[in-house]
Design a protein around this ligand. Sequence first.
Ligand SMILES: NC(=O)c1ccc[n+]([C@@H]2O[C@H](COP(=O)([O-])OP(=O)(O)OC[C@H]3O[C@@H](n4cnc5c(N)ncnc54)[C@H](O)[C@@H]3O)[C@@H](O)[C@H]2O)c1
Length: 452
Amino acid sequence: MNENTAVLLDKIRSKTAKVCVVGLGYVGVPLAVASAQAGFRVIGVDLEKDKVSMINKGVCYVEDAYSEKHLPELVRTGSISATESLSEGANGSDIVIVCVPTPLNEKGEPDLSFLRSVARDLSKNFSGFKLVIVESTSFPGTTTDIFQPLLERNGRKPDRDFALVYSPERIDYGNAKFGVRNIPKVVGGINDESTQLGAEFYKAILDAPVVTVGSPSVAEATKMLENIFRYVNIALVNELAVLHEALGVDFIEAINAAATKPFGFMPHYPGPGVGGHCIPKDPFYLVFKAKQAGFALRLVSASKAVNKTMPVHTIERLATALKTGKKNITDSTVTIWGLAYKGEVKDTRRSPSLELLKLLKQSRAKIRVFDPYVPRVTVGGKVYESSSSEAESVRDADALIIATAHSAFRGVDLSKMSGLMRDRPILYDTRNLRNRKECEEAGFTYLATGRP
Ligand SMILES: NC(=O)c1ccc[n+]([C@@H]2O[C@H](COP(=O)([O-])OP(=O)(O)OC[C@H]3O[C@@H](n4cnc5c(N)ncnc54)[C@H](O)[C@@H]3O)[C@@H](O)[C@H]2O)c1
């Protein structure tokens, strides 16, 4: 073991290493909090002035119960502070963790400009040996072929100036059971020393196993596999759901029955589309890399095609049901419950509800929305304000679409809702929160994704 590694290992074990978290978003804030909670002094860096100032006031702006609970006290005691300056953050730190965005550009291809810019800036801001950890999601090769060469500018060298690790972030935003501290962490370094340092650091801050792999590329491939697995499986159940609706077979019941198999099956559920920050984006990082290598990821492309049809299918099925009740979607009022992309969160990024709103507007239906977490959304330049309550949102509506699995929607008195709506009201439950019997007993024509 070289001396730099030995010294930093000691600092990690004694919690005297200083940690710099670059990018204070959904990933960076919980990580900063976990590091500080473990006893490390943390400085966060973000380009956004407002975020820096909120952190310095102890205000947690990310929806994460763990961060909300601990951040104020950690800021008050000086364990966490924030700055807009990367040089201020990185220069005095022993460990730099990079959590900047990796979006898709307008062509649907990876935009690595944030990562590149951090690597370039870091190469100018070295004082002493550092462990650099990349957490941003990207395709295999990003850390070694793109990030590392930029870090090596200005004569920086591995072992002498830095250790380098890729460790994918796996947090499931809004998940009450698994958060930053109890999800196992995968760590792959550019050499054994890097991997050892990375593993030691995460062991110090997590209450979960740390899994080391042979290289940053394997760790990157792990992240791609996990999210493509979800994307493709969601497409599979979406496609089969549409089929079974037509066959008159309850596919949700079939999924639940299949889930009793104790091995070889993991339930995924269909819905009105695929939303969120990661699942609809990450597969296209690997699609891009595959294309460069002369491969076409046919399953991902097929999954995209299937997943994209779900909002269209939802509105078409609704229009058909309205027609059966002698109503035209153009003259109908349709209420959407749920704007967020998943239950119990306020995040509307790539939410299927936005697509549903777009399609409803195209069909010239009158639209109302309600989401207990989201006050308003803007789609195609039009602002949709959330009604003040479930009851207010359905008054004189012809159809109600449950688009997000907020648990609040499970307990709503459906008879009261149908009583407020026009004659022959439709309830379209795209998340299967309510059952047919209670909907029909409440006077609704019942539609549900995956159910006839
Ligand atoms: N959100 C999730 O649930 C999640 C889960 C797993 C992995 N990821 C991945 O983690 C990465 C970060 O995601 P996020 O959701 O935290 O993004 P985010 O947009 O919430 O936060 C990123 C932050 O980085 C800041 N930033 C951009 N460039 C910067 C720079 N040069 N210096 C300092 N700060 C800079 C932005 O201002 C922003 O505050 C992405 O690669 C994402 O794909 C996200």
